[in-house]
Structures are given as C-alpha cells and as structure tokens.
Design a protein. Structure first.
Length: 216
C-alpha cells in the first residue's frame, strides 16, 4: 500500500538529554564529593560535600527540563560562560574573598591530587547552586498567581533571591559592610548567572560558576 498522503508517524522515542556540559560537571563534582565524603565522613568538609550532593540530586531532578532544552553548542556555552569575568572583576572591586561551602577547603596546591580535589569540590558547588536556581525558577513557574501576574524577569528575580538566601544557611547575616557588599555581589552575580542560564543553558551557567569560584 502506498504511503503517499499519509501523515508521518509521531516520534515516540524518549527525548535525549542535550546538556552534556552540565552532566560532565555534575559527574566530576559528584564523584569528587563522594570520594571526599567517604574519606572524611566526620569532617566538616565531608559533611558539607554530603549536603551538597543531596541538594544537587534533588535540585537537578526538579530542574530536569533544563537538561532537555534545545541543543546548545559548546561554543555558545563557552561564549556566555565568559561573562563570569564580570563577577570576578566585581569580587576584586568589592575586595571579597570566596564565601561559599568551598571556603572550608584547606588543601594545599602542592600536588596534582590536591588540585583535582579542589576542582571537584568547586564543580559540586557549581552544579548544586545552579540546579537550585533553576529549580526555584521552575517552582515559581508552577505557581499560577506568580506566573500570571509577574513578568519573566521578576520570576528570575525570585529564584535569584532564594539563591542568595541559600548562601546564608551556614552563616549569620549581619548588617556590616562586608556582609552587605557580599550580598550585593551575590545579587549581581546571580542576575548574570540567570541570564547565562536563560540564553545558553544550565551547563553554561555551571561552567561560569565554576570559573568564578576557581579563580578566587
């Protein structure tokens, strides 16, 4: 029987996950966190890695739709990730030191193993925080009053604000100059990361986050 005039069969195959850059950083960070967590389960660093791993798993599951978006090329991701230079420059201008979970790291850089562990921890921090922001944006999108009444930039603002609150889970907020400067830097950096994620995907945002942390 001729198939002329017949409608094509729908593609019932599962969608492929496109964001390989995010998955690569995820694997590096998760394996590194698992290694450090197993090696020092009672240490502060080990406990923080375990907490970040849980956060990464939950947030990535809630932000899974970001992994199935259109295929962002590596060139596009790297181009947008280069916007990390803005937060890096602002950090210097604000005279801030790194104030993330990775600041608990006290390893030296004398050998290759120490450097690999540092990169793994920063990778874990990057995927945990960027997937958290994407998850918060998704949650804001599911709340009808927020989605219907607020423009997209405001919904990103909500996700960014919750991401800033995330950073004060282990440190007390105090109205001193350093904390206010750090909060301002977080808000600006978060806005840039939101833009990167929107335009180039979750992997590009994670790469930019990794660059910001590793250059501190």
């Amino acid at each position: 029987m001729s198939s002329i005039g017949m409608a094509p069969m729908p593609d019932l195959s599962p969608k492929k996950i496109m964001d390989k850059l995010y998955l690569g950083i995820f694997v590096v960070g998760f394996l590194g966190g698992l290694w450090i967590g197993l090696r020092g389960p009672g240490s502060l660093l080990g406990l923080n890695c375990q907490t970040l791993m849980i956060c990464t798993i939950v947030s990535t599951a809630l932000a899974a739709n970001w992994l199935r978006r259109r295929d962002y090329s590596t060139d596009r991701a790297c181009m947008y990730a280069s916007l990390a230079l803005i937060p890096i420059g602002l950090r210097t201008a604000f005279n801030l030191t790194l104030m993330t979970y990775a600041s608990f790291l006290s390893l030296g850089m004398e050998d290759l193993l120490a450097f690999v562990e540092v990169v793994c921890i920063f990778s874990l921090v990057a995927v945990a925080e960027e997937s958290f922001r994407a998850a918060m944006f998704n949650i804001a999108e599911t709340v009808e009053p927020i989605r219907d009444k607020l423009p997209e930039w405001a919904r990103w603002g909500i996700a960014n604000a919750l991401w800033c609150v995330y950073h004060f889970a282990q440190r007390q907020f105090s109205p001193d100059l350093l904390t206010i400067s750090y909060t301002a830097w977080l808000l600006i950096t978060g806005a840039i990361m939101c833009y990167i994620m929107r335009e180039a995907g979750l992997g590009a945002a994670a790469l930019a986050h990794l660059l910001i942390n590793i250059t501190a």
